[in-house]
Design a binder for this molecule. Structure first.
Ligand code: ZN
Length: 417
């Protein structure tokens, strides 16, 4: 087995030599518009690229996610980045066409360079480095370019995972993290509440019961409610009314039914039943019923997904072997101590870790506050560094699984094969 210092040097050199190639790869990917539910062209392009790079296996599943493998080691690490983006936005706000990336001597700007095509690019090159450095026997590195994360995070990776005949040992969720190591984030749920009244002509309102008026105590109480469970690491859950749907056939009819939708961010590991149970007294104010909303998704391949809108939070202890491997990978590559923290937004990890329970870690280049903005920008340096960190996370975790971690100090003891 290659000595650690030498391996890091070779990895560094490998990525440095490919900096321009990575930037061109990212630029090409940005040029292929891939807003949510319209990722087909980008996925097809990526599949061809991965095949040309010598990935051992490249496949597109029924939902339309691309899944590729590099290496054949016993430990299976799945690294996920989504390929869909939000709408490109107005070129006047960007100052240029966001699908024609602006490239300077050190940076690239355009839709998706931070969220999430930059992280995806880094993963692609991390996989390539595994083969180039002769590490194929140490780890099976699976790369998933998943779809439709922006609209329904969790749902399309669920479709992918359900079709697998194997289970990853660990998952890397590649999303911008300001170069921090992420060991958890809140979950989310959409709660659908229904208030029934009786429709009647507005001129004869006394003949009916106005469901909208009846729903007001519920809406106000939801807004005032703050008895939400808290967690030392994740913070407090949130509950916000986001939509009120009034079922009324005309504007001179009092509504017979009102649906109130609330977004719930889940801090501690609350079950669906607990989320609904805590609303019991509030619901009574308007004689309302509540359920978890169901998301109906049709992907670009025509695949249908029906998914309950409940994705729990996830947290790994800082001492978990995957987090320890990620910290060590970052330290080895950058020679700086990593910050270990949480994400304040939801990612595919809600399903990948929150529901499946497979240990996951988040990491990605770029400033996360630029996601969805009209000034997404990424430095070449971050791109090249994150590709090295990704490869090292997978490798060190695999070695950790084989109790080889002391080798990190450069004390090579070869038991491969
Ligand atoms: Zn994202």
């Amino acid at each position: 087995m290659m000595e650690m210092r030498q391996l890091l040097q070779e990895l560094h050199q490998y990525m440095q030599d490919r900096e321009q190639e990575m930037v061109e790869f990212l630029a090409s990917l940005v040029r292929i518009k891939s807003i949510t539910y319209e990722e087909g062209a980008a996925i097809a392009w990526l599949q061809e690229k991965l095949e040309s790079y010598g990935y051992d296996e490249v496949a597109i599943d029924a939902a339309g996610n691309c899944l590729a493998r590099m290496g054949s080691g016993k430990t299976k690490v799945l690294a996920d980045a989504h390929i869909d983006t939000v709408e490109p936005g107005d070129p006047r706000d960007w100052g240029f066409n966001p699908l024609e990336p602006r490239i300077t001597a050190t940076t690239i700007s355009g839709r998706g360079v931070v969220d999430d095509k930059g992280p995806l690019t880094a993963l692609v090159f991390a996989g390539r480095a595994i083969k180039a450095l002769g590490l194929e026997s140490e780890v099976s590195f699976y790369l998933s370019a998943s779809i439709s994360e922006e609209d329904v995070e969790g749902s399309c990776v669920k479709a992918m995972m359900e079709q697998l005949s194997w289970r990853p040992d660990a998952i890397i969720v590649a999303e911008s993290s300001d170069n921090h190591i992420i060991r958890g984030h809140k979950g989310r749920a959409l709660i659908r509440m229904e208030v029934k009244g009786k429709a009647a002509h507005a001129s004869e309102a006394h003949m009916g019961e106005n469901a909208l008026i009846k729903a007001i105590p519920l809406i106000l109480a939801l807004d005032a409610y703050d008895q939400l469970p808290s967690d030392e690491f994740l913070g407090k859950g949130t509950l916000e009314v986001t939509k009120v749907i009034c079922d009324t056939p005309s504007l001179n009819t009092i509504p017979g039914k009102v649906t109130v939708i609330a977004d719930r961010r889940i801090s501690a590991g609350e079950t669906q039943e607990e989320l609904l149970k805590e609303l019991h007294d509030i619901l009574k104010l308007s004689d309302a019923t509540a359920s978890i909303d169901v998301e109906e998704v049709t992907t670009y391949t025509g695949y249908s997904i029906s998914q309950e809108d409940y994705f729990p939070s996830w947290v790994l202890e800082e001492s978990h072997p995957l987090i320890a491997s990620a910290k060590e990978a970052f330290l080895q590559v950058t020679q700086t101590k990593p910050v270990v923290t949480k994400w304040d937004f939801c990612t595919n990890a809600t399903y990948l870790c929150g529901i499946t329970g497979i240990p996951s870690v988040g990491f990605g280049p770029g400033d996360h506050t630029l996601c969805h903005s009209d000034h997404e920008i990424l430095s070449f340096e971050e791109l090249v560094t994150s590709a090295q960190v990704y490869m090292m996370i997978a490798l060190l975790f695999a070695r950790n699984q084989r109790n080889l971690l002391p080798e990190i100090d450069g004390d090579s003891k070869d038991i491969s094969g």
